[in-house]
Design a binder for this molecule. Structure first.
Ligand code: TXA
Ligand code: MG
Length: 467
């Protein structure tokens, strides 16, 4: 069969069963001959070479521009091939393999002496997985080799989820690509270390913490955001690099507050500065921006479906990175289930992270709520506006020993008026449980006020300060 090539990289298309068999035979022969071939997996495209051939593996590092201290994942066709690579297989590994292989789980295990050191960047452990994509499995079985394969992108750029992404990065740098269409999961496998007594997630991915916990029935540590060592387990060396990143800067807006408002104010600032921002949002937040024109927008899907959003992330980043924008504003999401992998990749891609928190509720307390606490409330409100802080601060004041409805004192109103502030409409209010419970910050005017407050509401001690 004659295959098309671009810049010398053969494109092995697998659109019908016969062509597919031929493509797999050709790719397998290239791997056996020490070549480098990109192939689809259910997570992302991998760039494969014979893991037993150091010279072939060297070509992977060269093609990607990958730092030599970042080890590769070895792909095998079935659990029975594990003992070629691993010195000692803990019982947990069999249990997990039974549940999650073939699939997006990579296990880090003690390395066998036979495997060349270049594959594991000199570590005494090896990362192994059995991919679930039918073309990947067919290729591994046909080549009958363990295949070392990182994601098939230039080092540092978003992982490829289509053959076109691979070609955009690596055409002319690799021997061939086996084209199997788009990857279904769209983010990389979960890397789980089984080197120590407690299993540790080094990179969240296609198999979630919740799924692992359900099968193992034990606590699993999540080291994916840790920088240091944990009981001698080095975190996945790859995670220390800024990763998965588009060429333009990405600002990530996370947090439980009004993300939409913070995004809108950042967007307005950037446009004022003459920047060309693009947006990466959930369907829900995108609705708030539907009236904005001329702003490139990528919608990942409903925030209720983190797996769908994760599967679209890399393609969306690549589309935004096509020259039309010079900065990306991305929304952050809840970290549960596939949301962990999604947020991990967004944070690695981000050059800055902003956190929207719900606007704080601030309470000023004095005795009568006719003078000092009223003035404090007015000054705070003005400062909040001057600082242009997001959201509307909820500010109020109350008295420990007062009654409802007294006007502020004449002196207080005069001083406020001199400052350009007006509290004429304020009426005194006695302190009650509801006010105290709602407040994030409580400021009393004197230590005696604080003492009296804590006698009535001892549980709010950590939220009370004296001005
Ligand atoms: O889904 C995937 O895992 C894809 C497909 C192609 O299988 N592969 C992939 O490979 O994402 P790569 O090289 O882009 O990421 C491998 C990650 C890196 O963060 C690396 O540092 C870590 O796994 N890793 C590999 N061997 C390790 C080891 N022995 N100990 C700790 N971390 C390891
Ligand atoms: Mg990668």
């Amino acid at each position: 069969m004659r295959w098309q090539s671009i810049k010398g990289t053969k494109i092995l298309t697998a659109s019908d069963p016969e062509q597919s068999r031929e493509a797999i035979r050709c790719a397998a022969a290239m791997l056996q001959a020490g070549g480098v071939v990109a192939f689809p997996t259910e997570t992302v495209y991998g760039l494969g070479a014979d893991a037993g051939n150091a010279a072939a593996v060297e070509k992977i590092f060269a093609a990607k521009g990958r730092p030599a201290d970042n080890p590769l994942i070895v792909h095998i066709g079935g659990v029975e091939q594990l003992d070629q690579l691993v010195r000692e297989i803990p019982p947990r590994a069999f249990l997990l393999a039974g549940h999650f292989w073939p699939g997006p789980l990579t296990m880090v295990l003690p390395k066998s002496e036979r495997l060349p050191g270049i594959v594991t960047a000199g570590l005494q452990s090896v990362a192994v997985r059995v991919p679930a994509h039918p073309l990947a499995l067919a290729l591994l079985r046909e080549a009958s080799l363990p295949v070392a394969a990182p994601s098939a992108n230039l080092s540092g750029s978003p992982s490829p989820t289509t053959a076109a992404h691979v070609m955009a990065d690596l055409a002319g740098r690799i021997d061939a690509i086996l084209d199997g269409g788009a990857c279904s999961i769209g983010v990389e496998s979960t890397v789980l270390s089984l080197l120590r007594s407690q299993p540790a997630i080094l990179r969240p991915g296609g198999v979630t913490l919740e799924m692992l916990q359900a099968v193992l029935g034990e606590e699993i540590v999540d080291l994916s955001d840790a920088n240091g060592e944990y009981e001698g387990t080095p975190p996945a060396p790859g995670m220390k690099y800024r990763h998965y990143a588009p060429a333009v800067p990405l600002y990530l807006v996370e947090g439980g507050g009004e993300r939409g408002e913070l995004l809108a104010s950042l967007l307005a600032d950037l446009r004022r500065q003459g920047r060309r921002p693009g947006l990466l949002l959930s369907a829900e937040t995108a609705q708030q921006f539907s009236s904005y024109e001329n702003i490139p927008l990528e919608v990942l899907g409903s925030a209720k479906d983190p797996a769908l959003m994760a599967s679209r992330l890399y393609a969306a980043l690549r589309r935004l990175d096509n020259g039309a924008v010079d900065i990306i504003l991305a929304e952050g999401f809840a970290e549960a289930e596939m949301g962990r992998a999604l947020m991990n990749r967004l944070r690695k891609a981000a050059s800055r992270v902003f956190t929207s928190s719900p606007a704080p509720c601030v309470l000023f307390v004095c005795s009568g709520n006719t003078c000092r606490s009223v003035m404090a409330e007015a000054f705070f409100r003005r400062q909040w506006e001057l600082d242009r802080l997001p959201g509307e601060a909820q500010v109020c004041s109350a008295g420990l020993m007062t009654v409802d409805g007294l006007s502020p004192s004449r002196e207080a109103l005069t001083i406020l008026r001199e400052e350009g502030l007006s509290m004429e409409h304020h009426r005194s209010r006695p302190l009650d449980r509801e006010l105290v419970e709602k407040a994030h910050y409580i400021f009393t005017m004197t230590d005696l006020h604080k003492k009296q407050l804590l006698e009535r509401f001892p549980r709010c001690a950590h939220r009370v300060w004296t001005l």
